[in-house]
Ligand binder design. Structure first.
Ligand code: ADP
Ligand code: ZN
Length: 521
């Protein structure tokens, strides 16, 4: 006897009703059709393939790159009485044999597979010997070479359709621009699939992006004033800064643990378990942390370094406030972030096309940081959706002024031009600003920079303001960085500014950070 989807939802999972488009998605797959599902983190994607797997005959085969979480997912399902198993590289022969036998003899409802297992002919044979109810491809954006999280093993997933054309497939992701969305459809051969695109808006998250000066202190201030006793995640790019920030918070009375790939797996697992179990613990992590973790009451996500893409930023901030209560997404961002990331792209492995992709991702992230418009509208637009100014982001709460920065930009760019002409030695941002401000430093005198016509022409702005101008020109592509020392160089577009063919609009930094419009708790 097969039972209906609603019945399974209530009887097995203990929920009253479906959320959003879950029911339509489940019906599509139960009836044998393909589906492509874009739904933000916390939207309830898992049930969209778990329920059809229970309703249809055979086992639902779930492809997921999250090997570290398979055990937890399977345990959680077993606790509900669902017959689930997984196959990945962490198991020994005996453990794999048991799962394989259960699958072949029809004793599994769900089988989780790491994508690299599909490369093995033995896995494909195995699937042929049992009954497959459906294929679910989780984190489907991993198939996109354009996306930020490409996994070559995902390309092999198109073969599923060739081998089993009649078995329905459902691809799911929480992050996809228009480009990634259509790339998923093409690469996975989902031409016939019905597309379900949920709104990517997370209205309870307040987005804030602030200029970085002393990031650890700025973070501490935020946590003390608005998030005392709250659980949250702090992201940093390097292991070293993760360690430092965790230590800093702990020393200042905020319980925090580090999480990064350099820690042994036992420590990582223990820290993750504490985060899930305890109230008010802060995890300081590299981006490795959080994929697939379901903790509903994460009240803030803070970034101490600039994320590499809007997709990554959105996915990471999406881990805040899954329970729907007010939460904060806070990012501190500065000139050094831009210089460092441009440098990383320049020296990254891979071909030019790859570097161009990284560059485009960074540009979109910078545009989000420098916008004078509503952050939420900008985010939604990035994912191909529209929205109204939200009243719950920093630019809505404290609208930044924009100002005509054409003349300062010209002064700065012509200084870069003059220094570049010397060619003998490369100079960083500090020297550039010293020249503009007319500072008689030893280094200025040594290189006779006080003899340049631009020396001292920029006293109308303070040093920090000049750094803001440099950062924004970099973000707008009117300046570029080159080489190991982050030397500033002109771009093609710089010529338009110097030749007065182009105006430069800049964002004036608000003096104070906006306080949460609604209390964060
Ligand atoms: P996603 O994979 O999209 O990030 P999950 O599938 O992990 O989201 O679901 C997020 C949370 O919402 C989970 O705790 C899940 O049990 C819960 N949930 C999903 N669907 C429903 C529903 N129809 N009713 C109540 N809770 C639900
Ligand atoms: Zn807004």
């Amino acid at each position: 006897m097969t039972s209906g989807a609603l019945d399974v939802l209530q009887r097995v999972f203990g929920y009253d009703s479906f959320r959003g488009e879950q029911e339509a998605i489940i019906n599509q797959v139960v009836e044998g059709g393909d589906a492509l599902v874009l739904m933000p983190t916390g939207g309830g994607k898992s049930l969209c393939y778990q329920i059809p797997s229970l309703v249809r005959e055979g086992a639902g085969v779930v492809i997921s790159p999250l090997i570290a979480l398979m055990q937890d997912q399977v345990d959680a399902l077993r606790a509900l009485g669902v017959r689930a198993g997984f196959l990945n590289s962490t198991q020994d022969y005996q453990q794999r044999r048991e799962v394989e036998t259960a699958f072949v003899s029809g004793e599994l409802d769900l089988l989780y597979l790491a994508p690299e297992r599909l490369r093995l002919e033995s896995t494909v044979d195995l699937l042929g010997r049992g009954k497959v109810a459906l294929f679910a491809i989780d984190e489907a954006h991993c198939v996109s070479q354009w996306g930020h999280d490409f996994r070559p093993d995902y390309l092999a997933l198109s073969q599923l359709h060739e081998r089993w054309p009649d078995i329905p497939r459902i691809a799911l992701t929480a992050t996809a621009t228009q480009a990634t969305h259509s790339e998923i459809a093409t690469r996975l051969n989902l031409g016939e699939a019905k597309h379900f695109v949920a709104s990517f808006d997370r209205p309870n998250i307040q987005y804030r992006i602030v200029p970085k000066n002393n990031p650890q202190k700025q973070l501490l201030e935020l946590l003390r004033t608005e998030h005392a006793g709250d659980a949250g995640i702090v992201y940093c790019l390097s292991r070293a800064s993760v360690e430092k920030a965790a230590e800093f918070l702990t020393q200042n009375g905020i319980p925090a643990v580090p999480y990064h790939a350099g820690l042994d797996s036992r420590t990582r697992a223990a820290n993750q378990a504490r985060f899930l179990r305890e109230d008010g613990l802060v995890v300081v992590a590299t981006i490795a942390f959080g994929m697939g973790i379901d903790k509903p009451d994460v009240r803030f996500v803070a970034h101490l370094d600039l994320p590499k893409s809007v997709e990554g930023y959105y996915q990471e901030t999406g881990r805040a406030g899954r329970d729907g209560l007010p939460s904060t997404a806070w990012l501190a961002y500065g000139l050094q972030d831009v210089v460092q990331q441009r440098k990383m792209i320049d020296t990254s492995e891979g071909d030019n096309a790859h570097r161009r992709r990284l560059s485009a991702h960074l540009d979109a992230m910078l545009a989000l940081c420098e916008t004078v418009e509503c952050r939420r509208v900008q985010l939604l637009n990035y994912f191909g959706q529209s929205g109204e100014p939200c009243g719950n982001c920093d630019t809505c709460l404290t609208p930044p002024e924009s100002w005509d920065g054409t003349i300062p930009a010209q002064k700065l760019l012509s200084t870069v031009y003059r220094l570049d002409n010397e060619r003998r030695q490369k100079f960083g941002t500090g020297q550039l600003i010293d020249i503009l401000l007319g500072k008689q430093t030893p280094k200025v005198q040594q290189h006779r920079h006080h003899e340049l016509t631009v020396f001292g022409v920029g006293t109308e702005l303070a040093e920090s303001e000049w750094r803001g101008v440099v950062r924004q020109l970099l973000a707008q592509g009117l300046l570029a960085v080159e080489g190991d020392y982050g030397t500033l160089v002109l771009t093609e577009a710089s010529g338009d500014v110097l030749g007065r063919r182009r105006e430069v609009r800049l964002r004036r930094e608000p003096k104070r950070e906006p306080k949460a419009a609604r209390p964060a708790k």
